[in-house]
Design a binder for this molecule. Structure first.
Ligand SMILES: *Cc1c(COP(=O)(O)O)cnc(C)c1O
Length: 377
């Protein structure tokens, strides 16, 4: 079965009791235990819920993994996946990851004794050099946030495997429709389902998928003991969003292609960063590991005033954080997603105050092109 069909026929397309096509929202905290000696599948809703199970099995199938787990947010999925490690362990992470992931490594987990080295993963040799005796994991995100740099998943995962590391990949930007890290040898994939998977800017949610049952048991132990689980309504919204993921992704990617090309020809635009453009430095690697360029790109204006002017004049793009929804979003990383990254570090990473990140929505693309060109005048 192809993934477009799997989105619709996920094993939960008809409820066995009532025939309902919508997955029932099981709004309960506990389950009556029929037989105190025996064990039943659901006993308490932090430990498991039938609505949540439908989403967990669906994302596991979509990513080609053994086990899937749902969380109350993307960052809960990231921090719960990292929760399988312990004080004294060392993790190598890509340096231009989501700002909230950067923060969980460098503040929260640092206090709990998890060591991290952040490095430019667009050169796999940097990863090899960062590995130490106590290194246990490699954490990657490609395309990266917010500059859409590409890391070669197969080569980086190869380096990790040689060193016996668990590789975790944040696949939020691509979704399993466009990129499947587990098929390239990764061990855990994490998602902010708040973005393309939910797709409607109406829910905060996260997911993790493991390649093996054994890693699944380790992530489940964190999910159940740390307890960052989603409620059934939020899970249901993600399940509903997934059904239209393919058509949304295709349309939004088409818009991103057109809009990024139009911006590249604009005289007030300094640079456009999008793996769908022919001159993107990582395009060849990206095309080898993904089946599309996605719907997120970034651009730099020539001056800060132009960037701020664009954000105040643009009509069809909300100046907001987040991405992956049906509405186009223009975010300003220095003040939003990457505000948690120290200014000197931001400058080193190229996250300037002329940088704007765009997530293309489902508006008519010609309107977006006109609107963006007006806003850049
Ligand atoms: C948004 C995002 C996250 C965090 O997800 P939340 O749902 O906001 O907690 C993690 N990684 C990436 C790439 C994201 O875009």
């Amino acid at each position: 079965m192809r993934r477009g069909t799997l989105l619709i026929h996920n094993g939960y397309e008809a409820d066995p009791v009532t025939g309902a096509l919508g997955v029932p929202v099981v709004q309960t905290s506990t389950f009556a235990q029929k037989d105190l000696a025996g064990r039943q599948e659901f006993d308490y809703a932090r430990s498991g819920n039938p609505t949540r199970k439908a989403l967990e099995e669906t994302i596991a199938a979509l990513e080609g993994g053994a086990k899937g787990y749902a969380f109350g947010s993307g960052i809960a999925a990231v921090s719960s996946a990292l929760g399988i490690f312990q004080a004294g362990d060392h993790i190598v992470a890509a340096e231009d990851i989501y700002g909230g992931s950067y923060r969980i490594f460098n503040t929260f987990y640092k206090r709990w004794g998890l060591e991290v080295t952040m490095t430019d993963s667009s050169d796999p040799e940097n990863i090899r050099r960062a590995v130490r005796g106590n290194t246990k994991a490699l954490f990657l995100e490609t395309p990266s946030n917010p500059l859409l740099k590409i890391c070669d998943l197969k080569t980086c995962i190869g380096v990790a495997k040689e060193a016996g590391l668990v590789t975790i990949v944040d696949n939020t930007f691509m979704t399993p429709l466009l990129q499947r890290p587990l098929e390239l040898g990764a061990d855990i994939v994490v998602h902010s389902a708040t973005k393309f998977l939910g797709g409607h800017s109406d829910v905060v949610s996260g997911l993790a998928v493991t390649s093996s049952e054994e890693l699944g048991r380790r992530v489940y132990a964190v999910q159940n003991s740390f307890g960052a689980v989603p409620g059934p309504w939020d899970v249901w919204l993600v399940l509903r969003g997934l059904k239209t993921l393919r058509v949304r992704m295709e349309a939004q990617e088409n818009s991103a292609r057109k809009l990024s090309r139009a911006l590249r020809g604009n005289k007030n635009v300094e640079a456009v960063y999008y793996p769908g453009l022919d001159d993107h430095p990582g395009k060849k690697i990206h095309d080898g590991q993904s089946s599309g360029a996605g719907a997120v790109f970034s651009f730099k204006t020539k001056t800060t005033e132009q960037a701020l002017g664009f954000l105040s004049r643009v009509k069809y793009a909300a100046a907001a954080v987040s991405l992956g929804g049906v509405e186009t979003i223009a975010s300003y990383p220095v003040k939003m997603s990457h505000a948690a990254v120290p200014p000197a570090e931001r400058r080193r990473l190229g996250i300037s105050d002329t940088l704007i990140r765009i997530s293309c929505g489902l508006e008519d693309c010609d309107d977006l092109v006109e609107d963006f060109e007006n806003a850049l005048k």
